[in-house]
Write a protein that binds this ligand. Structure first.
Ligand SMILES: [Zn+2]
Length: 324
């Protein structure tokens, strides 16, 4: 996508002056008369960016090379960072709210406790970046690629992560609430102790995803394809697993599963298997039978034959219903 096709910049402030270079349609940096491309000495202007890092609100830094700079604590609110290069940079504690980071390169950058609320990170590259404790509330992270990135303890409320790549990412203890993770790639992602309440993970795929002690209450999980997920202690109360493909579930003995109102539930201790939902449609029953079978196999391997037997009877009831 070329710059001309990028999203309108309605959120960026309008008090900017044009670049002093004749014929240039870009804006001058806050602390200079030229845009980043027309500053005479790139090394000088990189130093200038660092020296002025607390006055970069709304700065026009599109496609600039800011690699490896120390921009910790920088004020980049509403900054235009479209396609900018920030690989290896330190942005710990930086203020990036509502900045435009479309196509931004952030590989191996450090963004610990940074504020990225409402930031646009569409198709941004965050491989190996550290966003521990960062805030991504309301951020637009469509097709963001973040393999091996750290989001431990990060806050993601109403964040759009559709089709994001999170393979091998550390999301332990992250608060991901009411967010959209539709069709995300999750192989080896670690959600230990994460909050995923009411989040949308439909059609997400991956092997060896870890959901140990994760809260997946009322999460939307239809048609997920998870191979060998660790679901030990995970709370799926009220979660929707219709049509989920779950192979080789790993779960410790504290995990139990039951159903209410057609939704599948896993419960840590004390849960009871409820009767068949008379309102369940044959199609839903057909989609849930293999889910029960998958959990039955998990209980079998944990030597919990009683629960496994119950789950197999639920699977059988679903198959019977689906034949109606
Ligand atoms: Zn210029």
């Amino acid at each position: 996508m070329s710059h001309a096709e990028s999203l309108p910049r309605g959120s960026v402030e309008d008090d900017r002056v044009p670049c002093g270079e004749e014929g240039c349609t870009r804006f001058a940096l806050r602390f200079a008369t030229m845009c980043a491309l027309h500053l005479e000495n790139p090394q000088d202007w990189r130093a200038a960016v660092v020296a002025h890092k607390h006055e970069l609100e709304g700065a026009y830094l599109e496609e600039t090379d800011l690699r490896d700079l120390d921009l910790s604590g920088a004020r980049l609110k509403k900054a235009d960072l479209w396609g900018a290069r920030l690989e290896g940079a330190s942005l710990d504690g930086a203020e990036l709210t509502t900045a435009d980071g479309t196509n931004l390169r952030l590989e191996n950058a450090s963004l610990k406790n940074a504020n990225l609320e409402g930031m646009n990170l569409t198709r941004a590259q965050l491989g190996g970046a550290d966003l521990s404790g960062a805030c991504l509330d309301g951020a637009e992270c469509l097709e963001m690629e973040a393999p091996g990135a750290k989001f431990a303890g990060a806050h993601c409320e109403e964040t759009n992560l559709r089709r994001a790549v999170l393979e091998g990412a550390d999301l332990s203890g992250a608060k991901i609430i009411d967010s959209d993770m539709w069709e995300t790639k999750l192989s080896r992602a670690n959600f230990t102790g994460a909050e995923l309440r009411e989040s949308q993970l439909a059609c997400s795929t991956g092997a060896n995803v870890i959901f140990k002690n994760a809260n997946l209450r009322a999460a939307k999980l239809p048609r997920v394809e998870w191979d060998s997920p660790d679901l030990s202690g995970a709370d799926f109360c009220g979660a929707d697993l219709e049509g989920a493909i779950l192979k080789n579930i790993e779960a410790d003995a504290q995990t139990i599963l039951f159903e209410k109102g057609g939704a599948l539930k896993i419960f840590g201790g004390g849960g009871k298997l409820k009767g068949d939902d008379p309102l369940m449609s044959p199609a839903k029953a057909a989609a849930l039978a293999p889910v029960y079978e998958a959990f039955a196999a998990a209980f079998d391997s944990a030597a919990r034959t009683k629960e496994a037997k119950h789950l197999r009877s639920r699977a059988e009831a679903c198959r019977k219903k689906s034949a109606d």
